[in-house]
Write a protein that binds this ligand. Structure first.
Ligand code: NI
Length: 175
């Protein structure tokens, strides 16, 4: 497993539409391992391939730690989604304060459907479908957006978004 370099806004790879994965081979399994290692190292609860500059439709998640904070358990529950598609959205919406490993230090409220059904391939190439709510549903939508070049700051006002991008450019000049 290799920890890969996370790309920050305004890197152009974060704005690309990613291509479907045709074949789940060793390269893809290695990529999934690297993405999970990179996510846990950051630390974060989700990471899309485009965030490490790989323009493929895959993301990884682990919301278990965050959800189980209350009972003190820290079991890892890595999830890998290949070629994911949202097949159903609830009409009900909920708001979460979102952040992104590609936009460090920025947290803003985003409203999204509360529940979604997502269809995807797992690492064995099997088509699966899960229904999710709460933090998991928000994360799935946030990560799936990445595969289409969409970032959570796109849901904010233009003024707010421009301010965040300017701040990111400034931070990277200093770094
Ligand atoms: Ni993100």
């Amino acid at each position: 497993m290799t920890i890969r370099e996370i790309k920050f806004v305004p890197e152009s790879c974060l704005r690309e539409k990613c291509a479907p994965i045709e074949d789940i081979n060793d390269e893809i399994r290695k990529l999934a391992d690297d993405m999970l290692a990179t996510m846990y190292d950051a630390p974060g609860i989700g990471l899309a391939a485009s965030q490490i500059g790989v323009l493929k439709r895959m993301f990884v998640l682990d919301v278990a730690e965050r959800e189980s904070e209350e009972n003190g358990s820290v079991e890892k529950e890595p999830m890998v989604f290949i070629n994911p598609e949202i097949t159903w959205f609830s009409e009900e919406k909920s708001t979460y304060q979102e952040g992104c490993l590609s936009i460090p230090g920025v947290y803003e409220d985003v409203e999204r459907p509360s529940e979604v059904r997502v269809s995807f391939l797992n690492l064995e190439g099997e088509r699966q479908e899960i229904e999710s709510g709460g933090l998991l549903a928000t994360c799935i939508q946030h990560e799936l957006d990445h595969l289409n070049g969409v970032l959570f700051i796109d849901y904010l006002s233009r003024l707010k978004r421009d301010r965040i991008v300017k701040k990111m450019i400034k931070q990277q000049k200093q770094a």
